[in-house]
Ligand binder design. Structure first.
Ligand code: FAD
Length: 458
């Protein structure tokens, strides 16, 4: 266990011992006035719920939903930057429903309690001779949080986590526990594969997995202008391929991951967190002389040797993100993504010398999930980060129209200003989703102000 996880466990242990397991109400306005404020990972979303609850079993959850007056919002581990979670009413943590429920060795599927964190799932599956097919770049989110926002990794032939959902169990507004998959409650299933927490509380998720595998990561630095003509071919030649462009350097870092049988080899890697702070220092001292900044940084980057390391799939995808940021990410048609990237680069380098975070570009396979941003199109995702203590509004106001011009759909969990009308136009199955939502939650028990605006519900 690393230091960060140890601290987290200590906090979790303290909280758990302060509240008996049979008592799923962590804090309520009846006894203590707004005592437990909530905020997300980056601190850009906050709320003061009347009540915070954390059921320890599905039966407790059903009773809670049946007995709770007013609205309920689920929260995973609060890694979304958009306004999906905040509520003034009841905030329901799903974390106590975690662990492996069952596995099917023949079908290579595993049913996992929804509050499990990705970093917990890897070793559990490995012990059952299974592994997730792909993973995002951190592993601190809950599985249900990931499914609700179509969280993705990279890989031209690989879908988002929602794409690998085989079935799920969900407690709806009536308190009923429903099982759904392609055959059973199939409409609910299509909607619940990416649901934004608007259909009910997901209790367990059956994932389509694969046998355990190791990956070799190869990272190399090269000028963006040399990379761009090759990027498409590299995305096809590697199982997982992504790259970062570092504004005001001309340089990019590519990451390629491929299956290997070679032994685990965790070679010394550059520390990404201190690297980001070095870029910040370069910005602080040199943003008045960007040519000099580019010369110094690119000269240094060109001296960094390619890196290679090998690890189990569940251990290699995620990096620790200790430097906090806010993020906007849009998913664009694959054929337009690189063109959009060049416009984003020009805009940042001509107007925003304060930017120092790299721009991240990933590849995701299309799917047929109603509210998936990858619905029926292969995608290039472009993510623009801003240091959490710095105002992102002017930057995002300039970048978002570019991403929208190239038909981008925003990541559900990241900052965007998409309106009800824009969502409706971008998602061919929008009305089908809304019909299912109204069927299972006619009173809007699982909505918050953001979702009401987004769905056009008064
Ligand atoms: C540092 C960082 C790195 C990230 N990297 C990536 C990445 O590589 N790829 C990517 O695509 N995204 C990435 N994200 C975004 C993140 O994966 C998503 O926002 C994800 O939804 C967060 O999961 P969570 O457990 O924190 O859920 P929360 O943010 O707490 O909640 C997200 C949504 O899920 C709903 N929800 C959660 N659990 C349930 C449940 N059991 N039933 C019903 N609804 C539920 C909530 O109501 C909410 O609507 C990153 C975010 C951060 C902060």
């Amino acid at each position: 266990m690393n230091r960060r996880n140890l601290i987290k466990s200590l906090i979790a242990g303290t909280v758990a011992s302060a509240f008996p397991l049979s008592n799923s109400v962590l804090a309520s306005n009846h006894t203590a006035k707004k005592k437990y404020p909530w905020k997300n990972w980056s601190g850009n979303q906050k709320c003061f719920p009347d009540q915070r609850v954390a059921p320890a079993s599905v039966t407790e959850l059903q009773t809670l939903i049946s007995n709770t007056k007013g609205r309920i919002r689920a929260v995973g581990t609060g890694h979304s930057f958009s306004e999906l979670v905040p509520t003034d009413e009841t905030l329901l943590s799903i974390r106590r429903l975690s662990g492996l429920k069952s596995t099917d060795a023949t079908k290579k599927t595993a049913t996992i309690y929804s509050g499990s964190i990705l970093s917990e799932i890897g070793p559990l599956l490995n012990a059952q001779n299974q592994a997730l097919i792909n993973m995002p770049d951190i592993d601190q989110q809950t599985l249900s949080g990931c499914i609700c926002t179509s969280t993705h990794g990279t890989g031209r032939e690989l879908g988002s986590l929602s794409h690998y959902v085989e079935a799920l169990d969900i407690v709806t507004a009536s308190g009923d526990l429903l099982h759904c998959n392609q055959q059973e409650n199939s409409e609910l299933f299509k909607a619940a594969q990416v649901s934004l927490g608007a259909l009910g509380i997901i209790t367990s998720i059956t994932m389509r997995n694969t046998s355990p595998f190791k990956l070799k990561r190869q990272s190399r630095w090269l000028p963006l202008d040399d990379l761009l003509p090759e990027a498409d071919a590299l995305s096809r030649a590697n199982r997982n391929f992504e790259f970062f462009y570092f504004p005001f350097t001309g340089m990019s870092l590519t990451d390629s991951l491929n299956v290997t049988n070679e032994a685990v080899n965790q070679s010394e890697e550059l520390d990404g967190n201190s690297g980001i702070m070095d870029l910040k220092s370069a910005r602080d001292y040199l943003s008045w002389a960007n040519k000099l900044r580019e010369l110094i940084l690119s000269t240094y980057m060109k001296t960094i040797s390619p890196e290679e390391n090998i690890d189990h799939s569940y251990a290699i995808y995620a990096t620790e993100r200790n430097v906090r940021f806010n993020e906007m990410e849009y998913h664009l048609p694959a054929e337009l993504g690189l063109k959009a990237l060049q416009e984003v680069r020009t805009t940042i380098e001509s107007q925003f010398p304060e930017v120092f975070f790299p721009i991240e570009c990933r590849f995701v396979k299309g799917d047929d999930i109603w509210l998936s941003p990858f619905y029926q199109r292969d995608t290039i995702s472009i993510a623009v980060h801003r240091y959490f203590e710095e105002d992102h509004s002017a930057l995002y106001k300039a970048i978002e129209p570019i991403l929208q011009k190239y038909q981008g759909r925003p990541h559900w969990g990241k900052i965007n200003t998409f309106s009800h009308q824009q969502f409706k136009q971008a998602y061919p199955q929008w009305n089908a989703f809304q019909a299912v939502r109204r069927q299972y939650d006619p009173e809007g028990k699982f909505l918050n102000p953001y979702l009401m605006r987004t769905f056009g519900v008064s």
